[in-house]
Design a protein around this ligand. Sequence first.
Ligand SMILES: NC(=O)C1=CN([C@@H]2O[C@H](COP(=O)(O)OP(=O)(O)OC[C@H]3O[C@@H](n4cnc5c(N)ncnc54)[C@H](O)[C@@H]3O)[C@@H](O)[C@H]2O)C=CC1
Ligand SMILES: O=C(O)C(=O)[C@H](O)COP(=O)(O)O
Length: 381
Amino acid sequence: MLNIVADENIPGLETWFAPLGRVTRVNGRTVTPGQVRDADVLLVRSVTPVGADLLEGSAVRFVGTCTIGTDHVDIDWLQRAGIAFSAAPGCNARSVMEYVFCALAALDVPWWDKSFGIVGCGNVGGRLYRTLRALGLECVVYDPWLGPEDCADLAPLEQVLQQQVVCLHAPLVRGGLHPSLHMIGERELAMLGHGSVLLNAGRGGVVDNHALSDFISARPDIEVVLDVWEGEPSIDPGLLAKVSLGTPHIAGYSYDGKLAGTELIYHALADYLGQSASGPGNDIQDKTVIDCDLGSLKGLSGALLQIYDPRRDDEALRHVALGGDLGGGFDRLRREYPRRLEFNHFRLSGHGSVVPREVARVADVLGLEVGAAFAVKQERK
Ligand SMILES: NC(=O)C1=CN([C@@H]2O[C@H](COP(=O)(O)OP(=O)(O)OC[C@H]3O[C@@H](n4cnc5c(N)ncnc54)[C@H](O)[C@@H]3O)[C@@H](O)[C@H]2O)C=CC1
Ligand SMILES: O=C(O)C(=O)[C@H](O)COP(=O)(O)O
């Protein structure tokens, strides 16, 4: 029987993988070579460094990470060792995009009236870019691997950093032509415009956290939102104290996104094993009704917070920091993360009887259903 060793934080682990083999749960942060030596398959999330140190001499023939990011995996070594590898591209991209809008709503930023800069325009940044453009917002993109045929709004990094909201969605790349490690340092931070928002939901190391900490002290006009940090889970409590919103690397933690990661790796493993399998499906419920004010875009922004309010994650992280065990608390918050569903599981409804056409349009672009109780107001031209 196939021996599958897997991070215990993979949702739906037994439901999905038990039909393929015997599943042994391990702690992804502390898994040892001894625990994987006799495994055929290793399934991880982003907290497990995977390479020679863990797998040399093991029986592992397939590694799957149920995440978008792959910076924790030494893919070249796996290739040299003849070990098959799969990641889960795009699985939680919508979750991260929704985090961006909810974070802006939580900071009371009128996002429908801002210019945006995006660094890294792949599954996450690209989804955000297309949504912003569909909303009619100004948005420029820095991505050194893209050309004008991929994106009409490419711009130099300097220009991207001068927008009112700057969103970082680059992977952590340590070498090669375009390394991203500390690509946002003292010099780049100084390019941010007065009163702008800087949000990092890519990887902590893309921003020099030490430089960022000094920068925030000198520039209190900038709102910084950090979901990812250098040194996770033992992040800098001084930096946490300074940011406007700080969350424990959960931007991609919608239940849908996590489950999609599991599902993609399940199919990759089934393919590798030469099995055709449809899998067990998911148990995500139908629409929840949100009672809200849809009389204005500000009201719609408030409705987003009823779906997901990142201030709760921020408060929980600050609370564990006060307790003294920030590293342990950071991981515990992630392990015990509540089930958060994406926008398409909600129907906006509530007081008032008409919704301005613009609000209905924006809700639609964001993937939110407006309840039938509302008649969309036909504004006079
Ligand atoms: N906070 C969270 O919970 C999550 C964070 N992530 C992070 O976000 C990253 C991006 O995710 P996806 O868009 O799905 O990945 P992707 O691989 O689809 O796209 C990454 C994009 O970044 C670009 N890029 C590479 N080097 C760059 C550089 N030096 N400067 C600017 N752009 C660069 C690539 O050309 C590509 O277009 C992931 O690698 C992961 O590290 C992903 C999911 C959840
Ligand atoms: O998919 C990615 O890449 C992410 O950043 C994940 O949201 C990270 O989640 P964990 O693997 O750390 O649980």
